[in-house]
Design a protein around this ligand. Structure first.
Ligand code: BGC
Length: 754
């Protein structure tokens, strides 16, 4: 009975495999062969499993090392990514190479496009763009010989000092889940298997191999697991990567609740649960809990590891022994292999395996990178200088006669996030003294792409004298700023896998080539004190504290803007492109406002004591004024909302309708957001995001926005029934330009519970 619950469908698949050798399974007569791609993939995979030896099966459920570090192998020519699983030629099963690809393919020297970081993508709030982002990366993965992309991080920014915040999609489960699903669909449309990761509650890097995330069931289900649920159920990624950490005392990769109860049984996941690299710690426990693939797997004589990590394989000879001894049933091994093969078949890498040596269309990659950067930057402040009427931005290239550009290596390039979520620079690192490592997998040197904001600014302001100060001498920069029409200060915050930020503050006197060798806050303050007009441009992956905010006229958040970042920043500053990004993450005023005041270096228990009050929900519940709220972002035009109404069907699904008008003088795009306040007494935060629509409007144009809110997004998690519950009562629906829009419209519906 227990076995049946753990591996539903195994018996049917095996029976079907036998049938397939005789005729088309499911039709009985071989004439009406099934055409549904899921059924076909299941049946073809089952037929293969039925023919495989135990050794062949075991070979398919673990990698053979870490190609990029030349650990393990041998690997086929050209394979240089994070992992490789050899095929079974006798049965026509191809090998499968996989590469990291958070914001571009993390393979050096082959010209992969470095797109803006995933957090930037989330700031676009545009699922179509996310689809194209996933597709772009998949095209490049295939061209380089990779059939599986390891991008797709969706951990929520519960702890925004997390060094991987740039690799994820912000703090809201519906935004992150929806964007992740769109990205996955884009990737898998190009015959590449997509990954969603790191499952789950892997929300900081400090002690990531050993920490224990202690979190109650309702919190899990309503926050981070909801992001995964949306991503998995809407887009069926072929791969779910389980994380390094423990969840409630059990390692994520051997956690039956996460892997089998929730992911496979409840969400119906038919793909592969793959361990993060060295996140598996057992054979029987992991196999029975639902782990299907171990990475990097069996390194053979190269076993050992990298500094700080030991690679031990539990899914090679140890798994064979466990199957032989019966402690892991053969049915479970068959299920693992079935999942691997059906995924390869379903998403096209079985019949059309990618081959290395292709070329990347860099012009197309660059054009797309520029588009993403333009659509994801967030204009946080745009005020008029003293004595003027007009906000400082957009700058007028024709009328400016002098511009001072300061700091942030803006003369040479733009910053990227580090670690496995980074993308190498194709033509070398823009910042000298900082050598690009062979691989970006475990941090190391920060990458600066050669996309100079200074050069792009010069090109936009042909009549102006444009001078650059590197920021090391704040007085010199401030004196020059005093003489110029406008000063543009660039500030950067480097982050990456394997370490957390000590603070959200801009680095202060950090003498290293990764950031700046001066106090960036002091520089901005000094320049702001003297400049006639001052604009700050940020390049970062996490929120930034801005003690100088009141003294500057404008702030543009460009995130890690990718290989065309310099051009995109200039286009936005000069108004060739109207900013339309909105924050996917709250910017607090100070570190002390975060739910977890500091990240402990020694306490291995990460207690999610804030419960449901995560992200903006925390600031709302605690009535803490953020620096900039979730969902916030300005435009060079203005928008007005009017005429809200809401209706509901019998199932509790709600449709919210209202108008948005462009009331300014420029075309622009607005992300109109809908939040819900649940009935009182449920212990819920004041509001949650339930939907949005991004609309592009010409001056004066109106659009009737209609946002469909499925009942599930209005539900709470019932810990007694372990199920979603729609509670009866009055629901407020709030439509506005951010989570704290004081002009937001409100209406309400009464729903019957079920
Ligand atoms: C990271 C994963 C990555 C893997 C392979 C791990 O350290 O956590 O996100 O996919 O390395 O590079």
């Amino acid at each position: 009975m227990k076995k049946r619950l753990l591996f539903p469908g195994v018996a049917t698949a095996a029976a079907c495999a036998v049938a397939l050798m005789i005729a088309a399974c499911g039709s009985g007569d071989g004439v009406n062969a099934p055409t549904d791609p899921d059924t076909v993939a299941d049946q073809r995979a089952a037929a293969l499993v039925a023919q495989m030896t135990t050794d062949e099966k075991v070979q398919l459920v673990h990698g053979t090392g870490f190609p990029v570090f030349s650990l393990g192998g041998p690997f086929p020519p050209g394979v240089d990514g994070a992992g490789y699983i050899p095929g079974v030629p006798r049965l026509g099963i191809p090998g499968l190479a996989m590469a990291d690809s958070a914001g571009g393919v993390n393979i050096a020297n082959f010209g992969a496009t470095a797109l803006p970081a995933p957090v930037a993508l989330a700031a676009s709030w545009d699922p179509q763009l996310a689809n194209a982002y996933g597709a772009r990366i998949a095209t490049e993965l295939r061209a380089l010989g990779y059939g599986e992309g390891l991008g797709g991080g969706v951990n929520l920014a519960r702890e925004p000092r997390d060094g991987r915040t740039f690799e994820y999609m912000g703090e809201d489960p519906v935004l992150a889940g929806t964007m992740s699903a769109a990205r996955t669909t884009g990737t898998q449309s190009q015959k590449v298997i997509a990954t969603i990761k790191h499952y789950a509650m892997n929300d900081q890097e400090t002690n990531r191999f050993t920490s224990n995330s202690v979190v109650d069931e309702r919190t899990m289900r309503e926050t981070e697991l909801l992001a995964f649920e949306i991503g998995v159920t809407q887009a069926q990624p072929g791969n779910v990567m389980c994380s390094f950490n423990q969840v409630n005392g059990i390692f994520a990769c051997e956690n039956p609740y996460l892997l089998t109860t929730v992911l496979k049984n409840e969400w119906g996941f038919k793909g592969v649960v793959q361990s993060d690299w060295a996140a598996n710690h057992s054979t029987v426990a992991a196999a029975l809990a639902g782990l299907d693939e171990e990475e990097p797997g069996d390194l053979g004589s190269a076993a050992g590891g990298l500094p700080g990590i030991t690679f031990t394989s539990y899914f090679s000879s140890a798994l064979k022994a466990a199957v032989t001894a019966g402690s892991v049933p053969m049915a479970r091994l068959n299920d693992m292999v079935q999942r691997k093969l059906r995924t390869m078949i379903r998403y096209g890498v079985f019949d059309s395996p990618p081959t290395s040596g292709g070329t990347i269309d860099q012009a197309a990659g660059n054009a797309f990178a520029l588009q993403v950067a333009q659509q994801s930057a967030v204009l946080l402040k745009n005020a008029a200088p003293t004595g003027a009427q007009q906000p400082v931005l957009p700058l007028s290239g024709a009328s400016l006669s002098s511009i001072v550009v300061i700091g942030g290596h803006a003369d040479t390039g733009v910053l990227s996030g580090a670690g496995s979520g980074g993308t190498p620079a194709i033509n070398g690192n823009a910042v000298s003294g900082c050598q690009q490592p062979a691989s970006l997998i475990f941090g190391g040197c920060a990458t600066w792409y050669k996309s100079s904001p200074l050069a792009a600014i010069k090109a936009q302001a042909a009549n102006a004298s444009v001078t650059y100060f590197d920021g090391t001498d704040a007085n010199a920069a401030a004196s020059a700023a005093a003489q110029a029409d406008v000063a543009i200060v660039f500030a950067t915050q480097s982050e990456g896998e394997g370490f957390d930020l000590p603070s959200l503050s801009l680095p202060n006197n950090v003498v290293d080539p990764y950031n700046q060798s001066y106090d960036q806050n002091a520089l901005i303050t000094a320049v702001a004190a003297k400049a006639k007009r001052v604009v700050v441009v940020l390049e970062n992956g996490s929120p930034v504290l801005m003690p100088w905010l009141g003294n500057v006229n404008a702030v543009l958040e460009s995130w890690y803007p990718g290989v065309q970042g310099g051009q995109a920043i200039a286009d936005l500053l000069f108004g060739n492109v109207n900013p339309s990004g909105k924050l996917p993450i709250t910017f607090p005023q100070q570190d002390a406002d975060l739910p977890q005041p500091a990240i402990s270096a020694t306490n291995l228990t990460v207690n999610y004591s804030e419960g449901l009050m995560m992200g903006y929900r925390w600031y709302d519940a605690k009535q803490i004024q953020p620096l900039f709220p979730f969902g916030f972002g300005l435009s060079y035009t203005t928008f007005a909302y009017s005429g809200i109404s809401a209706s509901t069907d019998g199932a509790g699904d709600v449709t919210v309708t209202f108008s948005v008008q462009n009331t300014g003088t420029r075309a622009g795009a607005e992300t109109a957001q809908v939040y819900a306040t649940l009935p009182a007494g449920l212990g819920e935060p004041p509001k949650r995001l339930v939907g949005w629509q991004k609309v592009t409007l010409q001056p004066g144009q109106s659009h009737q926005v209609s946002v469909s809110v499925p009942a599930k997004l209005l539900s709470t998690w019932d810990v007694m029934k372990h199920a979603w519950k729609l509670n009866g009562g009055a629901y407020q629906l709030i439509a506005g330009a951010s989570s704290r829009d004081t002009n937001a419209l409100t209406t309400s519906v009464t729903l019957a519970g079920h």
